[in-house]
Design a protein around this ligand. Structure first.
Ligand SMILES: [Zn+2]
Ligand SMILES: [Zn+2]
Length: 286
């Protein structure tokens, strides 16, 4: 294998930096740069991206043998490298991404990792860099196993997962308005802005990776409206720009609530219940 697919995101680094610069330049011309970009926030995002890349490479190193074993010994189908196969690969992974993302908001164990992505109160291209180094611990890698089982080689699985994430970089901005008919099919900046908003209208909607059709199909689509401007961030703010504290704070909170829960059922709920339900349970005991 010549070019190692695991380096797709780092290879795209210069493109990402260019778009961040263009966005900042655009906001400066509009006179809104200071409220839409905060250097400490962007630097924290960058540090989180690098930590995530490190953890992600390590995780693939560990789980790749499992992927190879499932692909080589247990795959259901054998695909060629034609465009039909690649289309199936894309649709399958984007579908699984939708469920991974939805579960990441509704199961506290997964939210502990994913909340990092939502904990900035800003929404700009650098927000896309906000990823968690804890995804491998949360078990994100489990969600892609069915792709190898159905019959796609592990290298293609890694490539499509990373390309999906790369696409999502471009939906993290307030600079791009609604995109007409594209909104019907694709995840767009408008759709993803609503996803990052904590207003009751928007929270826990729009889990799309590349295609927004899954949200429309499974009842989680919400439209961004001017009457209700997005308020970015998490209901429980992190209040820090320290990347390690950002990465770990929800894990510490979760384990503290786990320890304090008096019954086994209560402890289990702290790990698997929706985040707001788990926290309400924890408050009940205080
Ligand atoms: Zn999310
Ligand atoms: Zn996002």
């Amino acid at each position: 294998m010549g070019f190692d697919v695991e380096w797709i995101l780092l290879a795209l680094g210069p493109v990402f930096v260019l778009f961040i610069a263009l966005e900042a330049w655009h906001y400066r011309r509009q006179g809104v740069l200071a409220e839409r970009f905060v250097l400490k926030d962007s630097l924290c995002n960058l540090a989180l991206a690098l930590l995530h890349q490190g953890a992600d490479k390590l995780a693939w190193l560990l789980v790749l043998p499992l992927y190879h074993w499932i692909y080589q010994s247990h795959r259901l189908f054998t695909f060629d490298n034609g465009w039909q196969s690649l289309l199936i690969l894309f649709l399958l992974q984007d579908f699984l991404y939708y469920w991974f993302h939805r579960a990441s908001h509704r199961v506290r164990w997964l939210w502990a990792a994913h909340s990092v992505h939502h904990s900035s109160t800003l929404m700009n291209f650098s927000t896309a860099f906000r990823q968690s180094l804890m995804y491998p611990v949360a078990g994100m890698w489990l969600f892609w196993l069915p792709i190898a089982w159905i019959g796609f080689p592990p290298e293609q699985v890694i490539a499509i997962v990373l390309l999906n994430l790369a696409f999502q970089f471009f939906v993290h901005t307030r600079a791009i308005p609604k995109l007409g008919p594209l909104e019907w099919v694709f995840n767009t900046p408008s759709i993803h802005r609503s996803h990052h908003a904590m207003n009751p209208r928007y929270i826990d909607h729009n889990y799309a990776g590349v295609l927004s059709i899954w949200d429309r199909l499974f009842g989680t689509y919400v439209e961004e409206i001017t009457a209700e401007p997005c308020e970015y961030g998490t209901v429980k703010p992190v209040n820090t720009f320290n990347p390690l504290r950002v990465s770990l704070t929800e894990w510490f909170d979760m384990f503290a609530d786990f320890r304090h829960a008096p019954t086994l059922k209560g402890k289990l709920a702290q790990l698997v219940a929706p985040p707001e339900k788990a926290e309400a349970l924890a408050r009940e005991k205080d």
